[in-house]
Design a protein around this ligand. Sequence first.
Ligand code: ZN
Length: 427
Amino acid sequence: MIYAADIILPISNPPIANGAVLVTDGRINAVGVKDELLAANPGEEVTEFADAILMPGLVNLHGHLECSSFDFLAKPTPFSEWVGTIIQAGLKMQRDDWLSASRAGVKKYFVSGITCTADITRSGVGLQAVAEAGMPALVYLEAVGIDDRNLTDAVVDLLERVKSAQSILGVGDIKVGLSPHSVYSLSKSALKVCNDISLEYGLPLSIHLTETQAEVELICSGTGSLASTIGKKMRLEVIKQGGTGKTPAYYLNDLGLVRDSLIAAHGVWLSDRDIALLQEKGSAVAVCPTSNELLGSGEAPIKQFIEHGLEFGLGTDSPASNPDMDLFVEARKARAILEKQLGQAKPQSEVSAALSPKRLIEMMTLGAARILGFADDLGSIDPGKRADFIILNHQDTASDPYDYLIETASKSLISQTILSGNIVYNR
Ligand SMILES: [Zn+2]
């Protein structure tokens, strides 16, 4: 099959006008100018997309497929209250509910042009949903709500989930990781056990880190709104002992979890010193602007991430705090946050160039694929990679395609999403 479009955005190479991609057995066989590709492959079936850009599918750095039915929780709510409501909503879910929510979540992703994701699953069914859909994913098994009272049972359960997850490996392009939920929903011993399991089974890590200022206060001094909410449900030494005097990032580092396989979700309240630490250890941050905005958590220090050379990308988080799940919107918001942090002083600086439209599109595709360890397989249109594309309506042929996408695109411009060469969403 040859897919042709007015513009192909390979990401790894400059845009191709009147381009085409030859797909064989779900993989990219060749990419180039349409007329040349047609001449070289006579008799090959051709699908032409008119007034369209063809680009790689988007890669989401932070999501929770199993929470896709929780959009009713997406209301401006203080974080410590919102956490309570999402836990309550979760208690009402049975395994089948989680599974149907995860399957529906995959469909929502295809509508949003997301063809690869970092997914956090508490129930474990996120693995099944992406495997069924043939969607590449790094699925993190979540550990949450563990203190020293339920530690033994929780570890047995976690090890069982890790072992059963191993059986799904080899089904499509799926990797398994481990997600200790956060430094405030796991005791120190529980975090240490997560570190041990991650090292023993070679599982990459993801954690919600400094999503709110209240989390920093809880870890540093054992006080604040989150400490009073969590303190009622869990026994945490950090609260009992009046804090650690450290930031969450340094606390986590002392326990061994700040490593090159770590993706810290949110990172809103990371200090300069924390950012330097994460950069030095080779960790990355998944920035989730809409979720932070809705819950009033603040804005990630994107300017400092860039100045320190810390790797970061964009995540949707779940519909419980971002019902739209539109990475184009997240990209625009990230750029607006950076512009605000830069002020009027140096609009053309190197820092602002780090989030140019071209760099943002790269961040949403190849950059995120690199962070998740999928860059050899997806994220750009290159021979040998998976044929995972999105097709976007493109009327404005005069402007630069990257500018066009970042200025105006949203998921509503996506007309088709293609996974392994097959159309999985057709508007
Ligand atoms: Zn999250």
